[in-house]
Design a protein around this ligand. Structure first.
Ligand SMILES: Nc1ncnc2c1ncn2[C@@H]1O[C@H](COP(=O)(O)OP(=O)(O)OP(=O)(O)O)[C@@H](O)[C@H]1O
Length: 299
């Protein structure tokens, strides 16, 4: 059964149409990214999936049930963008309270609270109040809250926004490690991060679903993305065009080149490219099969 099905999903706030006729079918598995510019409708889509708001028209179902229905209790959870912790309660009390709302006994709720704090590496902060936590720690506590009861679907709205690289990495690693049993839908503006984490990317713009991109497709594309340490772009372009089976090469950003080829044997192209770089003593930073997520979404 599909995890999420949206059919003709639209949402208006007064005369502002935030989502327009969105059709999405998502299956359980690797993390799914939701991207789009500010105001594209990402939070509105999350709020509809969680049942916080109702659609103006169209249908949405999760595991075959309407959002907010009792059958979904404990199966889905979300970290809203502006999630706030209660300043008056210590962390373990807050998380235990949320576990009791899911039906845990007091004792089991405390054990579950400690388990999820362990997942975000914050057991030592269990007795602290939110004001003693850094922004990154507070975000990790909110993520822990979303993981209570091991839900099958977790929606994370900008989970790493404003976090330092070390905290952001911890969150990425956690998402990766839990992805076998839980499907995450992650909204973020950080394309590099999503590229590392997600297999499928949904791109919303002006309330419409513009693209649904599978990251795995890259292996079947006729592209290589070459990033150089530094180089003479014109010399590189001329030399690459002289290799066999190259259709085009363009510098898309400083030191980053998109190479299109027409060979069935991508390894042959990669080897020819590496030999060229070795012969010329040109230092490269990375060769990526296919195109970057940014290229897929915006070119
Ligand atoms: N409660 C509301 N009342 C009126 N308009 C709203 C409301 N919530 C959102 N909007 C509008 O709907 C559109 C979509 O907003 P939404 O918050 O879903 O976008 P977003 O993609 O999450 O943006 P961001 O990346 O800035 O978080 C925006 O134009 C926003 O101003």
């Amino acid at each position: 059964m599909s995890l999420v099905i949206c059919k003709g999903l639209s949402k208006s706030y007064g005369d502002k149409q935030a989502l327009k006729q969105v059709d999405i079918t998502l299956n359980a598995g690797s993390p799914i990214a939701l991207v789009g510019p500010n105001g594209a409708g990402k939070t509105t889509l999350f709020s509809l999936l969680c049942g916080y708001i109702s659609p103006t028209s169209g249908d949405v179902s999760l595991f075959g049930h309407k959002p907010g229905s009792a059958a979904l209790l404990g199966r889905i959870a979300s970290l809203p963008q502006d999630a706030a912790l209660d300043p008056n309660l210590d962390i373990i009390s807050q998380l235990s309270f949320f576990a009791t709302l899911q039906g845990y006994s007091n004792k089991a709720a405390k054990a579950e609270a400690l388990r999820v704090l362990g997942l975000v590496d914050l057991v030592d902060s269990a007795k602290q109040k939110p004001k003693a936590l850094s922004h990154g720690m507070a975000k990790r506590v909110s993520i822990a809250q979303a993981l209570i009861g091991s839900p099958e679907l977790v929606l994370l709205d900008e989970p790493t926004a404003g976090l330092d690289p070390a905290n952001a990495k911890k969150i990425r690693e956690l998402v990766k490690s839990l992805s076998g049993n839980t499907t995450f839908i992650i909204s973020s503006h950080n394309l590099d991060e999503l590229e590392k984490l997600c297999d499928q990317v949904l791109y919303l713009e002006h309330g419409q679903l513009r693209h649904s991109v599978s990251m795995n497709e890259s292996q079947h594309e006729d592209y290589l993305t070459l990033t150089m340490q530094h180089c003479d772009p014109q010399a590189l372009i001329e030399a690459v065009l002289n290799l066999a089976d190259i259709s085009s090469i363009e510098e898309r950003q400083s030191n980053q080149f998109l190479i299109k080829h027409n060979s069935e044997q991508v390894y042959a192209i990669e080897i020819a490219l590496l030999n060229l770089l070795k012969d010329k003593n040109w230092q490269y930073k990375a060769i990526l099969k296919g195109r970057t997520l940014e290229e897929k979404l915006f070119s």
